[in-house]
Design a protein around this ligand. Structure first.
Ligand SMILES: Nc1ncnc2c1ncn2[C@@H]1O[C@H](COP(=O)(O)OP(=O)(O)OP(=O)(O)O)[C@@H](O)[C@H]1O
Length: 217
């Protein structure tokens, strides 16, 4: 479903974040991307989502060479991807419900349908009853759940999460991992980037380990 062919990424300014990386992720797989800060994890996820382009090599998602897609085609593909960003991107001037339904409104859902789906996603992540809460009144773990609800509200076939448990206590971090597992169990392909390998070891899923832009042992 996802294939990296000899991918290198050099950012403007000359820093090489990825060095000739090749791998495949199967449809429906749950996989971890591990490595210390700066190893290239976020770069991998941004390439998968088509947010950034490789300098060399090719990235395929569902047989599409992302480099060959028009902006419109890329936009369409992104409608099948849910992203939990490292920096949250929560809108603190809107309540929980508004945060979750916004992506649906942007892709053209009418208010009633968007609200119905948003309420389902909020329930699914365990925030049922908090629809009208202001995001700043939520705990760190609950805010992360809000981000997950927003990422899955359009029922994507691919869910990508960048350090979803970075600032959470261990118990909350494990809760978030369990939540991702539930999406994997219903067939969603799930890619989670994290630096804390102890969180990944319980799950028996493949771990792609990176160090300075290359695979490490
Ligand atoms: N837009 C950019 N311009 C220049 N350099 C960048 C850019 N984005 C990332 N880098 C550099 O590329 C390297 C890899 O970054 P990346 O964000 O992929 O690492 P990471 O493993 O996700 O790290 P972290 O866990 O800290 O997010 C880092 O050294 C980073 O400074």
């Amino acid at each position: 479903m996802i294939r990296f062919e000899s991918v290198s990424k050099i950012y403007p300014g000359g820093f090489q974040a990825l060095k000739n990386v090749s791998f495949t992720i199967e449809k429906g797989e749950m996989i971890f991307v591990a490595g210390h800060s700066g190893a290239g994890k976020s770069t991998i996820l941004k390439l998968v989502a088509g947010i950034t382009k490789p300098t060399r090599g090719k990235v395929f998602v569902n047989q599409n060479d992302l480099g060959a897609l028009s902006d419109n085609e890329l936009g369409y593909l992104r409608q099948h991807i849910g992203i939990v960003f490292q920096d949250h991107k929560i809108l603190f001037d809107r309540n929980v419900l508004e945060n979750v339904l916004l992506p649906l409104r942007i892709i053209g859902y009418d208010r009633k349908n968007a609200e119905r789906r948003a309420r389902m996603a909020i329930e699914k992540v365990g925030l049922g009853g908090r629809e009208n809460a202001e995001p700043q009144s939520l705990s760190g773990g609950e805010q992360q759940r809000l981000c997950v609800a927003r990422a899955v509200v359009h029922q994507p076939s691919l869910l990508i999460a960048d350090e979803p448990s970075a600032n959470l206590d261990r118990a909350y971090a494990l809760d978030i991992m369990e939540l991702f597992k539930t999406f994997h169990e219903v067939g969603t392909t799930v890619i989670v980037a994290a630096h804390d390998e102890t969180l990944m070891q319980n799950y028996g899923h493949r771990i792609l380990r990176f160090q300075e832009g290359r695979f490490s042992a």
